[in-house]
Design a protein around this ligand. Structure first.
Ligand SMILES: [Mn+2]
Length: 264
């Protein structure tokens, strides 16, 4: 089953639709036409660009039509928390609200945010495994603070998002926004040894910012970490044309690094 991933869409539903159509995953009427393929969005559908709710609505529909899933990005988590705590604004949350607008929150998205969007965000997995690939939104190993298995992490994150107090939510949001930790091979080892898989794919940190290239020149994923890590954040909001990535099958030979082989 070919698996496609798409990095941070940040409020550009037309660009997402075009990428999926060009890859043959959507037909001309924007209906799922991916047959045996599956698709993962890696989170951060919203903020920065003009129509984050439009992206969520598109992805929610595609989930009903085909094997389409989406990870929780830090921007979905912030959007959810701003809505959840809006009526009970404690001074402790001033930073959260300031962060939302500072990081590209859109008035139009806030106005169109509905309980069904909140419920959908609460169910998004924070991490996932697809074959030998570990899927993360953010390039950090702080996910391991929330559990020692995929299910445990997803459950803990969802519980905090849904019922955690202000302090717990603020800590969660800070952890989900952490970045550039996977340059450290030890962090990659910790994630793969604990959660399984041989490779990591993530979004969250624009390739253009990492490599110093102009966003409009970024047309393919960035492979790093000795070939074990793939960054697919195409930086649509700063002018990237965007790309969609089919995850390569990891060959048996490449499974050489057993936990016991790793550096201490
Ligand atoms: Mn992000």
């Amino acid at each position: 089953m070919p698996t496609f991933v798409v990095g941070d869409v940040h409020g550009y539903p037309e660009t997402l639709a075009k990428l999926l159509r060009d890859a043959g995953l959507l037909d001309r009427r924007l209906r799922w036409s991916g047959r045996d393929a599956r698709l993962w969005l890696l989170g951060d559908l919203v903020d920065r660009g003009p129509d984050g709710i439009g992206v969520i609505d598109l992805v929610m529909r595609l989930e009903r039509e085909g094997p389409v899933r989406c990870l929780l990005g830090n921007h979905e988590a912030v959007m959810h928390s701003v809505a959840r705590f809006e009526d009970a604004r404690a001074s402790a949350l001033d930073e959260l609200f300031a962060l939302y607008w500072l990081n590209g929150g859109q008035e139009a998205d806030r106005a169109r945010f509905r309980p069904e969007h909140a419920a959908w965000i609460e169910r998004l997995p924070a991490v996932a495994r697809v074959g030998d690939w570990l899927l993360l939104h953010s390039d950090t190993d702080l996910y391991l603070r929330f559990g020692r298995s995929i299910d445990e992490i997803c459950g803990s994150v969802s519980t905090i998002l849904t019922t955690g107090d202000a302090a717990a939510v603020e800590d969660l949001l800070a952890d989900l926004a952490d970045r550039t930790v996977l340059n450290d091979p030890g962090a990659v080892d910790r994630l793969l040894q604990t959660l399984g898989g041989a490779r990591i794919v993530h979004g969250h940190t624009p390739i253009a910012f990492v490599t110093g290239t102009e966003p409009d020149c970024v047309v393919q994923p960035l492979v790093y970490g000795g070939g074990r890590v793939l960054n697919v954040d195409h930086c649509l909001f700063a002018g990237g044309p965007g790309f969609i990535t089919e995850l390569p099958v990891v060959s048996r030979d490449e499974h050489g690094t057993k936990p016991s082989d790793a550096a201490p």
